[in-house]
Design a protein around this ligand. Structure first.
Ligand SMILES: [Mn+2]
Length: 290
């Protein structure tokens, strides 16, 4: 049976310090993303005006949570129709909405996440120094944050032992403790460069057995020599072939249930060079999924 897709917008950038990533969905749709995914159902979202108050030091909390609640609903609707959600952020705070839907739909114990990112995004509301929620989405999904960061019915949508990071090279000191406490699996960019991508994948892939797997792909995992249109340009990242190899190997398990791409900022990409790069990566993903 041919797979059908839903392209789901997560129009949030105020979970991060940089505005502009809320335009990524429109830029990718205009560049032809729907045609890559067959007759994908388009699920756009109104762009919110970031609220200017934030309780508990959580920046733009109300707006971030509103986007995440809408995203959860849209992802649940897509799953209910039997569609494969392809979520386009926005900043990475949207993962709270995606994971709320996936945890609810499949059950937290049945869900695994491959988080392809320069960051671990696992600060809690207690450990975060910036108050930016895009650095807390995984702690929230694992139920380690205050109730204000719970999106849907369940506080715990992901078990840390089923969380696999790859490409990491920017971790806040307290996050190491949270990663360890959660039992998550950390694979740095340096490890990929040292041991080779296949050796790292050989540790991740067997752990996905029997799970519904979500891929969350932050474009900042890429080396700035290849991609710069994103809020953080962190040296010594993955090459495009390395990133594509990771994505394809995980997709090849046949176990993925959804895909998410975040943190592309079209306002930092006047020449559209990075848009073309990203479209190439997403074309590769779409061909593997069809
Ligand atoms: Mn990141």
């Amino acid at each position: 049976m041919e797979r059908s897709f839903a392209l789901v917008e997560a129009a949030v950038s105020c979970g991060s310090p940089t505005r502009g990533s809320e335009g990524a969905f429109d830029a990718l749709v205009e560049a032809g993303l729907p045609s890559l995914f067959g007759d994908a159902a388009l699920m756009p979202m109104e762009k919110p005006t970031p609220c200017q108050t934030w309780p508990a030091g959580l920046r733009h909390l109300g707006t971030v949570m509103e986007v995440c609640r809408r995203l959860r609903r849209n992802v649940l609707d897509a799953l209910g129709r039997g569609e494969y959600p392809v979520v386009i952020g926005g900043d990475h705070s949207c993962a709270m909405g995606t994971l709320a839907a996936l945890g609810e739909f499949y059950g937290a114990e049945n869900l695994a996440v491959v988080y392809v990112d320069a960051h671990t995004d696992i600060n809690t509301d207690q450990t975060s120094e910036s108050g930016c929620i895009h650095g807390m989405d995984l702690a929230a999904a694992c139920g380690l944050c205050c109730d204000e960061l719970t999106v849907g019915k369940n506080k715990v949508n992901l078990l840390g032992k089923n969380l696999h990071f790859i490409g990491v090279r920017s971790v806040d000191p307290p996050e190491y403790g949270v990663v360890e406490q959660a039992g998550a699996h950390l694979h740095t960019a340096r490890e990929v460069q040292g041991r080779g991508v296949e050796a790292v994948l050989a540790e991740i892939l067997p752990a996905l057995e029997g799970k519904h797997v979500h891929i969350s792909f932050d474009v900042d995992v890429l080396d700035p020599a290849e991609f710069t249109a994103t809020g953080y340009n962190i040296p010594e990242g993955l090459t495009i072939p390395e990133a594509e190899r990771v994505l394809l190997a995980v997709l090849d398990t046949g176990r993925t249930c959804s895909f998410e791409c975040v943190e592309y900022n079209p306002t930092m990409d006047r020449s559209k060079k990075d848009l073309n790069t990203l479209m190439g990566i997403l074309r590769t993903v779409s061909e593997k999924l069809k």
